[in-house]
Design a protein around this ligand. Sequence first.
Ligand SMILES: Nc1ncnc2c1ncn2[C@@H]1O[C@H](COP(=O)(O)OP(=O)(O)OP(=O)(O)O)[C@@H](O)[C@H]1O
Ligand SMILES: [K+]
Ligand SMILES: [Mg+2]
Length: 676
Amino acid sequence: MSSNRKSMLSGPIVRNAIKESFVKLNPVTMMKNPVMFVVEVGTLVVLLMTLLPGYFGTEESVGFNFTVFVILLFTVLFANFAEALAEGRGKAQADSLKKAKKEITANKVTGAGVKQVPSTELRKGDIVIVSQGEMIPGDGEVIEGLASVDESAITGESAPVIKEAGGDFSSVTGGTRVVSDKIRVRITSDPGESFIDRMISLVEGAKRQKTPNEIALNTLLTSLTLIFMIVVVTLAPIARYLEIELQIPVLIALLVCLIPTTIGGLLSAIGIAGMDRVTQFNVLAMSGKAVEASGDINTMILDKTGTITFGNRMASEFVPVGSADSDTVAEWAAVSSVKDETPEGRSVLELMKKQSFSFDPTIAEGGEFMEFKAETRMSGIDLKDGRQVRKGAVDAVKKWVQAQGGVIPADLEAKGNAIASEGGTPLAVAVDREIVGLIYLKDTVKPGMKERFEQLRKMGIKTIMCTGDNPLTAATIAQEAGVDDFIAESKPEDKIAVIRREQAEGKLVAMTGDGTNDAPALAQADVGLAMNSGTVAAKEAANMVDLDSDPSKIIEVVAIGKQLLMTRGALTTFSIANDVAKYFAIIPAMFTLAIPQMEALNIMKLGSPMSAILSALIFNAIIIPLLIPLAMKGVTYKPMSSTQLLRRNLFLYGLGGVLVPFVGIKLIDLAVHLWI
Ligand SMILES: Nc1ncnc2c1ncn2[C@@H]1O[C@H](COP(=O)(O)OP(=O)(O)OP(=O)(O)O)[C@@H](O)[C@H]1O
Ligand SMILES: [K+]
Ligand SMILES: [Mg+2]
């Protein structure tokens, strides 16, 4: 799917969009867009007057009326084309996803053994077995075993990922393939509700609903249209009173020029394209509302490890404390890590080998392993001879040792702080009541983070780093990365507390997460971005899923959301400013038509009243396709505060919106005047 993402506007998409422009002329569809619906009705009226000149007494102006009809028809078609083009890319993506959703045979576990059933018969709670080479028949959670899975059908990423029972990497997606080994999976979705199904309906736009912002803008545009209709309709009797005869097609042309057709024609394309930009970025947004909310974010909560830093925290040194020596630290660090599958745990054993320390692995045999938990911030083992070995966050291990009546070595704090103040994470190693030393875990801040936080600050977004790490390490990394605030020694539930606190101050909050314990916070946040590698619970709670599982992407998602809001604002300003300018071209022309002495009003020095009206109308039509690229790509985005943005947009698109039509209409008039 990633390959056809690149070819954004291929021939078939354009051809299909042209066809759709005509299909969308159906008045039932058009009515959803009141501004363009008014144009369509006007088009029909002018068509009737062209076809039945005898009936309407318009024999003299058949040629003019026909021209007006053609221009109006194209105005509607151009608007339809913009929408169809924006929808096209999603439809193409949906087609390639549907290919991944073929019917698969599943090995379902039943009371009487394993039975082969079509994947469409699987229900929530069913258990299936998937072996090497087979497709996973539905979304689910690995309940037994470990396998590497090729998820390229969904993520576009070809390197297989490891899925295993328990922990944060247990969720699997239907339509992906097991490349090695065998897993037992509990199905978590009913037919038609799977992740691929949701993806298809999202990119297809089948479930696209107008966002609250769009609805508000649409109401404004509809009100403007109504006001101008009243203005134009009352013009007729006034003119008659003044004994000026105004032709109906001229009044319709005037109306169409005055109502906000540019933004009315591009509005839905802007929304679809904004959502599409998020999808191109390999992020699935569950709704347009989520994308827009990300444009309004005030506060961003970020993890330290893996988001701000690379997260492959590696043991780089064994530091003895008290009376212990390096060999002792290395030995107990290793014993506590023999079964610790976290990157930190494995790196301890690697460092041991690299620095040629040795330990007797038989000590650990028969022991009871304590896996790492964010709640305890420790891992370790209870040996069969009764000794307990722990490693973990310094304050956690300290408390554990003190609870048994142990004494804390005098040099522990200074040595731990030395590591932390370099941005490293010290892990204390203890055997029963004695702390023997520290493991220095090194992690580095990702390059470019400082610049990105600088940009966020310019946008007026506050960043808060949350970490389970100690305050000193947290402070060092926070300083190095340039975040605004940090919370150290935070447990998973602290995240939700921060979010609530910020929201209580009226702020919109974004966060990322992947674990089951992140789920409540993801649901609480206004924008919750879950990692595709994460648990089913996290993905269901979030309103966005990152298929590449890169937590730092939240920064770009916010930028895309902002760009969407900006594009809509800019084009609305441009559109309304445009209409004001057209007013100056068309009103004088209209009255000059009836009272030639009013020629003095023709400040634009347009060729003739007829050419003035046609030029304004042509400009009004072609500005729509001319702005399609901008609507689809979004306006160039520079990080700045909302007030600065507003000022810049008013200047650029407001002033530009007034000036461009003067130049455009004048140029078109020169051409039209030659022609008629
Ligand atoms: N495998 C491990 N064994 C023992 N202790 C560990 C292990 N991994 C991490 N720790 C300790 O537990 C603390 C909390 O870890 P946790 O993963 O919850 O948060 P973190 O990775 O430090 O921060 P973040 O929230 O940014 O991911 C760590 O700072 C470290 O001191
Ligand atoms: K208009
Ligand atoms: Mg962590």
